[in-house]
Design a protein around this ligand. Structure first.
Ligand code: CP
Ligand code: NVA
Length: 311
């Protein structure tokens, strides 16, 4: 499989086979790292890490993955460069593309990462925008594959803010990989119709299904219950309204028991607001695989960089 020179903007651009390849590569890199073996596939490469929003997992994963493979990562925080202040995205992209070999972007508008990719001339990787968070989905898929041994046919329920970057990206990734996907959320927070339609197409091809519902009974038989914060970065002013809307969809012991399975796992991209979208007891329970997901961010991000930029 040759993904050299490709951008990684959303999983819409990647086939199920290509996603499968990235997961296998990540598993291989992870196994090697556990044996103390790191590579030099990115030796001599310089990587720009642009962050308009804060980050723990994504930033640290890009830095460690780059260094493990011999690259030099350079963190560019929101006040460190001219982007958005004195210089357009198009000009910034053309400058950084002359200096760096690859660019990660985390920020607000999805169009910014698309424009960076359009003008940089080097691979651009999306480290989260208001609309999508594709590197997180690779970590989640790897975690599920490690836990269950397979993906196709698993039943996945996402409870909470059903139209944020995580819900959008999970719907794309799960429908492409044959995982039955349910959004459990109040109707006002369902994903947009166009994206649902697109993902229904992916689900049709992979043999999975997409369900949107307000009924918590939908968790019956779920293998995974996933949630994310009720207010994403930039939406902090919506807290009171979201708590009122989403309280019935909190992932707590009752909801986990409603699956009727004692094998259901709990997943969360983190950071979590315990007491809102998830209770402390579920977060800390044996069902929770949240720190496996967090670790897998590094291995999967490494796979993306190695596949698109590595020698
Ligand atoms: N899950 C995730 O993207 O975490 P950070 O915001 O800490 O990068
Ligand atoms: N939906 C969250 C994801 C954080 C990783 C946010 O955008 O803040």
């Amino acid at each position: 499989m040759n993904l050299k020179g490709r951008n990684f903007i959303t999983l819409k651009d990647y086939s199920p086979e290509e996603i499968g390849y990235l997961l296998d590569l990540a598993a291989d890199l992870k196994a090697k790292k556990k044996q103390g073996i790191t590579g030099n596939s990115l030796k001599g490469k310089n990587i720009a890490l642009i962050f308009e929003k804060p980050s723990t997992r994504t930033r640290c994963s890009f830095v460690v993955a780059a260094v493990d493979e011999g690259a030099h990562p350079e963190y560019l925080g929101k006040d460190d460069i001219q982007l958005g202040h004195k210089e357009s995205v198009e000009d910034t992209a053309r400058v950084l593309g002359r200096v760096f070999d690859g660019i990660e972007f985390r920020g607000f508008k999805h169009k910014t990462v698309e424009d960076l990719a359009k003008y940089a001339g080097v691979p651009v990787w999306n480290g989260l925008t208001d609309d999508y968070h594709p590197t997180q989905i690779l970590a989640d898929l790897l975690t599920m594959k490690e836990h269950f041994g397979y993906l196709k046919g698993l039943r996945f329920v996402y409870a909470g803010d059903g139209r944020n970057n995580m819900a959008n990206s999970l719907m794309i990734g799960m429908s492409k990989m044959g995982v039955h996907f349910t959004i459990l959320a109040p109707k006002s927070l369902w994903p947009n119709d166009k994206l649902v339609e697109l993902c229904q197409g992916y689900a049709g091809e992979s043999g999975s299904t997409i369900t949107l519902t307000e009924d918590t009974d939908a968790v019956k038989d779920a293998d995974t219950i996933y949630t994310d914060v009720w207010c994403s970065m930039g939406e902090e002013d919506k807290a009171a309204q979201r708590i009122a809307l989403l309280k019935p969809y909190q992932v707590n012991k009752d909801l986990m028991e409603k699956t009727g399975k004692d094998t259901t796992i709990f997943m969360h991209c983190l950071p979590a607001v315990k007491g809102n979208e998830v209770t402390e007891d579920v977060f800390e329970s044996g069902a929770s695989v949240v720190f496996d997901e967090a670790e897998n961010r590094m291995h999967t991000i490494k796979a993306v960089m190695v596949a698109t930029l590595g020698e």
